[in-house]
Ligand binder design. Structure first.
Ligand code: COA
Length: 248
């Protein structure tokens, strides 16, 4: 535990240019205090001794009162993790935070409310989660990935990516910038549904133009050369329904 505390202290020195000395870090970094309390409560939680669970939860609550950072004692937190500023951070019971991850204030590593068992995210090593970002569900965020401030991430993310937006979109992968207009490179449902709807609108516009041409022919008293009948457009296809989360 002492080694983990030292690593947490060292990473603050390394990563925060505002940190001017060990004493200042010991006194003024709520993330360090919350992690120190968490390491004790996590050990108690895992000990399975009678009453240890309640004690662990109480310690975690004490950490929340003192720092504004709520870490469930069941969460696994790696070495050299830095919670910067910290206020409003919530880390759920089955969350896993890899070594050297950086979490800013307002980050939630939470559940979606739909699952039991493992229901919180796993962050691999060296992930940065920007201020106010929400990472929800039993998903895995690959190592060295950066999640933009205010993003909401609901799907697995590969290593070495940058994710921004609601829902989170990959904008960089392994240093290569992904063009948001290169639809085939966008892995998310939103772009796919928009593409789908654009195709439908194209088809409907074509159909409307054909119908108008038919009406013009009829108004001029000319016989129709071809039957004025197009293919029916069914907007309720599976992809769109899945995106909307409805069976309607
Ligand atoms: C996500 C982040 C890491 C991206 O950094 P980057 O790789 O340098 O990316 P860029 O600044 O080149 O931005 C790339 C695109 O993403 C957009 N973008 C960047 N951050 C964004 C965010 N948080 N939400 C939505 N879009 C964002 C930019 O506007 C830009 O869009 P454009 O190409 O249409 O102009 C960074 O912007 C971020 O949010 N870091 C978190 C920092 C933080 O929380 N600080 C708190 C300190 S207290």
């Amino acid at each position: 535990m002492l080694r983990a505390f030292r690593a947490d202290l060292a990473i603050i020195k390394e990563r925060d240019p505002a940190a001017r000395g060990t004493l200042e870090i010991l006194l003024c970094y709520p993330g360090l205090h919350a992690l120190a309390l968490h390491r004790v409560s996590h050990r108690l939680w895992r000990s399975q001794l009678p009453g240890a669970g309640l004690l662990a939860r109480s310690l975690s609550q004490l950490g929340r009162w003192l720092t504004g950072i709520e870490i469930h004692p069941g969460a696994s937190i790696g070495r050299g993790v830095f919670i910067d500023h910290g206020m409003g951070v919530v880390v759920g019971e089955t969350a896993v935070v890899g070594d050297h991850c950086l979490l800013y204030q307002g980050v939630t590593l939470g559940g979606t409310g739909k699952a039991h068992g493992k229901r919180h995210p796993t962050l691999e090593a060296n992930v940065v989660v920007g201020a106010g970002a929400k990472v929800l569900g039993a998903i895995t965020v690959g190592g060295n990935t950066r999640i933009g401030a205010g993003s909401v991430v609901l799907r697995d993310v590969a290593p070495d990516c940058t994710v921004v937006g609601v829902p989170g979109r990959v904008i960089h992968q392994s240093g290569v910038r992904i063009d948001p207009l290169a639809h085939s490179a966008l892995p998310d449902a939103e772009a796919s549904v928009i593409r789908n709807l654009m195709e439908r609108i194209d088809a409907l516009e074509g159909e409307l133009a054909r119908t108008q041409a038919c009406l013009r022919e009829l108004a001029a008293g000319r016989p129709l050369q071809e039957p004025c009948r197009g293919e029916a457009q069914n907007l309720k296809d599976r992809e769109i329904l899945e995106f909307l989360g409805t069976n309607a």
